[in-house]
Ligand binder design. Structure first.
Ligand SMILES: C=C(O[C@H]1C=CC=C(C(=O)O)[C@@H]1O)C(=O)O
Length: 463
């Protein structure tokens, strides 16, 4: 039975699934739904705790999820391997989920930190990885929409109660679907300065690349914004759909008061039916008539080539046969244009997170050589990167996966929003131009979050 389309069918599926639930196993049921926008419906999915996730690739795949049925949080150099093990075990132990279209498959959701471990093990620090098998998963692609519910049986939860909860929630959400989300505009009371410190450390980083101690360093800045009201993170994300069409809009809400939001233009890896794709994205200009000059800029081409070469070499070292385009193309993301090279390969027998471990962090967000660059980032950047530039996404029960790089992002803690943006320094870079580039990236992000603008951006800015 591909799609249970009556309650009787669903109940039969649930009862059959319940017979196969092992100890600590979870019953996972899904049904198709009419309509429904995951972004608008996420607040209506009560997962029993404060975890919420949104993956908004509209017009492609959108997923809203809430509640933790199983979860993992840990730090350390084995985080990718242990997250893969957790994901495979959680997905293999699900009972009740039969064949379903790819969009409806059960998924383990993943948010990594940029570094293996935070510098300080404070409770609010971002751990090396968080992995969640959610209670609710609402997924949509085109006109197709499915709702999935996953819970362990016992303690009053039976196959019947689960089937009823899923059926009734789907009908309830269908009735709500037409309601557009209502969001109030948010103001900015305060913006922290970052420019002076950046100038100093960027000059230091530039000396390192000019002296050949590093080939490239992607130095980031962080701006703290104090907002005038307490915003719903979804309120900040909603406008990005309009402004950042080609990106994937992301929300990772670990607890009620803390959320990562962003619109990532960069794919660390996507796996579909055994085919892998990774994006080399580096080299930036404001969108406009002069953006095509990026293709002729020696400094941007070098910055980009280092990323393409590294991704290709990492995949080849893992035993894959990567294909790369001969020349980069221009990719527009909102008001920014980047050099872009999609790299693809057949995945073979590899597990998605083993490849992610080898790829992260690419020189689009860290530098070269990787180990030295990471150490310099820790000493030059005056903040914890946390989720910034780290992989976030999902793996599903058939081995498909999608991990985006959390750039063009920020974290929201109550009324405090921290935005982070970086730019690659290579021989030929100039501190002033890099400062303009990160200013532009921060400004564009604020504009896209519908926040009032800092002093004019983009117009007339040539990088
Ligand atoms: C590290 C960031 O962007 C990367 C992706 C595209 C272009 C980049 C650049 O031109 O420096 C960066 O490599 C960021 O936006 O924070």
């Amino acid at each position: 039975m591909l799609a249970p389309d009556s309650f009787t069918d669903l109940l039969a599926l649930a009862s059959e699934g319940a017979r196969h639930v092992e100890e600590e196993g979870v019953l996972s049921l899904a049904i198709p739904m009419a309509g429904g926008d995951p972004m608008a419906l996420l607040p209506r999915l009560d997962g029993g705790d404060s975890f919420r996730f949104l993956w908004d690739g509209a017009p492609g795949l959108c997923i809203a999820a809430s509640g933790r049925t199983n979860s993992l949080e840990l730090s350390g150099p084995r985080r990718f391997e242990l997250a893969q093990r957790f994901a495979s075990a959680s997905l293999n132990r699900l009972a009740g989920h039969g064949p379903c279209p790819p969009l409806a498959r059960p998924r383990v959701l993943l948010a990594f930190g940029f570094f293996d471990a935070p510098l300080e093990a404070a409770p609010a620090a971002v751990p090396g990885v968080q992995a969640v098998l959610p209670r609710w998963q609402l997924s949509r692609h085109g006109r197709h929409c499915w709702l999935r519910l996953q819970r362990p049986l016992g303690g009053g939860i039976t196959a019947r109660s689960l089937a009823e909860e899923l059926w009734e929630t789907a009908r309830h959400l269908e009735r709500l679907s037409a309601e557009p989300p209502q969001f109030q505009p948010v103001g900015v009371a305060l913006r922290s300065p970052w420019q002076e410190h950046y100038r100093r450390v960027a000059a230091q980083a530039l000396e390192l690349v000019q002296a050949d101690a590093l080939q490239k360093l992607v130095l980031a800045v962080r701006q703290q914004l104090t907002l005038t009201t307490l915003p719903d993170p979804l309120a900040l994300l909603a406008p990005l759909r309009r402004h950042q069409g080609g990106s994937c809009r992301l929300l990772w809400q670990r607890s009620a008061g803390s959320a990562l939001i962003g619109a990532s233009p960069e794919r660390l890896l996507t796996i579909r039916q055994g085919q892998l794709r990774s994006d080399a994205l580096a080299g930036t200009a404001p969108a406009g008539a002069s953006a095509a000059a990026l293709l002729q800029s020696a400094k941007d081409r070098l910055e980009h080539e280092l990323v393409v070469d590294t991704i290709t070499a990492v995949l080849a070292r893992a035993g894959l046969s990567p294909r790369r385009p001969r020349h980069p193309r221009l990719a527009r993301h909102g008001q920014l244009v980047h050099l872009h090279s999609p790299i693809s390969a057949a995945l073979g027998h590899h597990q998605p997170l083993a490849i992610a471990a080898a790829l992260h962090p690419t020189p689009a967000v860290a530098g070269l050589p990787r180990r030295e660059a990471m150490a310099w980032l820790r000493s030059l950047e005056p903040f914890e990167r946390g989720h910034y530039a780290a992989p976030i996404g999902w793996v599903d029960s058939a081995g498909d996966a999608d991990l985006r790089v959390a750039i063009r992002s920020g974290t929201l803690e109550g009324r405090h929003l921290e935005l982070t943006a970086g730019a690659g320094l290579v021989p030929g870079s100039a501190v002033d131009r890099e400062l303009q580039e990160v200013t532009l990236k921060l400004g564009v992000l604020q504009q896209q979050l519908n926040l009032p603008q800092p002093p004019p951006i983009a117009a007339g800015l040539s990088l």
